[in-house]
Write a protein that binds this ligand. Structure first.
Ligand code: ZN
Length: 279
C-alpha cells in the first residue's frame, strides 16, 4: 500500500513533514536514530526478524528535519532544466512555486538519487529508514545485498514497511499510518516467566551396612562406570543387570543409558569390581 501520512502527526505538527520535535520521537541505538513511535516499534521487530534470518541490517538515515531536507534537495536539484527528475516545490511547502530538476554531475554525467520535495519526505514523518547492511565486519556499512533486499521484499510488509521508492532499494518506509501489524505485537509479547527451579537433589542415604554408588556413562562412551564419588569401578553389561536387581533395596534405580542412578550395594560386592582409577 502507498505511504499514509499519519493524521495524528498532521494534527499536531501541521501538513509539512520535518516539523516533529526531536523529543516527540523515539531514539535508537545509534546517534541520530529517530523514528515516530509506531514506525520505531515495527522497525525494531522487523530488524530482529532480519537478524534471526542471518542478516546484519543497519540504519543509515531515519528522521530528517525540514531544514535538512531543504539542503539535501538543493544539493541534488536546481532550476536548470536538465530534463531529469522534475519536481514542483509549492509555496505551501515552503517552496517557490517553481519546477526543479536533478543536477547532472559534470564529471560522471550521472544524476543523483531522488530527494523528496521538502515538506513531503517520509523521513520527515519519522517513518522511513535508509537501510544498509554490515557484510564484511569492518566499520563502514555496505549497501544492502541482493539476498537481504529479497528478504525485505518478502517480509517487510508483515512489519508495516515497504520500499516506497522503486529506484531506491535502501529506502524502506512504515506505511500504515499508526496501525501495528500482528507480527509486531507478537514480537513485543513479554517472554513467559521462567519455569520454577527444580527441587534440590537430595542424595539418598544408604541403609546401615550398605554403600551408595552411582552408575555413570560418559556422553561419548558406551562404557559404564560405578562410582561412590571417591572411587570408580569398571562396570560391564552383566553387572548392569546385576545393578538393576540391586534396586530391590528400595531406592529408585534410574539408568537412562547416559546418566547414572543411585544404587545401594553391599560393600563386599562393590569391592569385587575392578578399579578404574579416580573419579
Ligand atoms: Zn530514504
Amino acid at each position: 500500500m502507498p505511504f499514509v501520512v499519519p493524521s495524528i502527526l498532521v494534527q499536531q505538527y501541521g501538513p509539512v513533514s520535518g516539523r516533529i520535535p526531536f523529543d516527540a520521537l523515539v531514539t535508537g541505538g545509534t546517534p541520530g536514530w529517530r523514528l515516530w513511535l509506531p514506525a520505531a516499534r515495527c522497525h525494531r521487530a522487523m530488524m530482529a526478524a532480519a537478524r534471526t534470518a542471518g542478516f546484519d541490517p543497519r540504519s543509515t538515515g531515519t528522521y530528517r528535519t525540514y531544514e535538512r531536507q531543504v539542503s539535501l534537495f538543493k544539493e541534488r536539484y536546481s532550476w536548470t532544466n536538465t530534463g531529469v527528475g522534475r519536481k514542483f516545490w509549492p509555496v505551501s511547502l515552503g517552496g517557490d512555486d517553481h519546477y526543479w530538476w536533478k543536477i547532472q554531475n559534470p564529471v560522471t554525467k550521472k544524476y543523483p538519487a531522488d530527494a523528496a520535495v521538502p515538506g513531503t519526505s517520509e523521513h520527515g514523518w519519522g517513518c522511513a529508514d535508509d537501510v544498509a547492511e554490515e557484510l564484511d565486519g569492518d566499520a563502514p556499512v555496505e549497501s544492502i545485498s541482493a539476498a537481504f533486499h529479497i528478504w525485505l521484499t518478502i517480509n517487510a510488509r508483515d512489519y508495516g514497511f515497504e520500499q516506497t521508492n522503486r529506484s531506491e532499494n535502501w529506502h524502506w518506509a512504515y506505511t500504515l499510518g499508526g496501525v501495528i501489524p500482528p507480527l509486531v505485537l507478537i514480537y513485543e509479547q513479554p517472554l513467559p516467566p521462567p519455569p520454577p527451579p527444580p527441587p534440590p537433589i537430595v542424595p539418598p542415604v544408604a541403609p546401615k551396612g550398605k554403600k551408595m554408588i552411582y552408575l555413570v556413562r560418559a556422553w561419548n562412551s558406551t562404557e559404564v562406570y560405578a562410582t561412590d564419588g571417591l572411587q570408580k569401578w569398571h562396570y560391564n553389561p552383566t553387572q548392569y543387570q546385576w545393578a538393576k536387581n540391586m534396586s530391590v533395596f528400595g531406592f529408585p534405580f534410574v539408568f537412562d543409558g547416559s546418566t547414572g542412578g543411585p544404587l545401594v550395594v553391599d560393600p563386599d560386592v562393590i569391592d569385587q569390581l575392578p578399579l578404574a582409577g579416580g573419579t
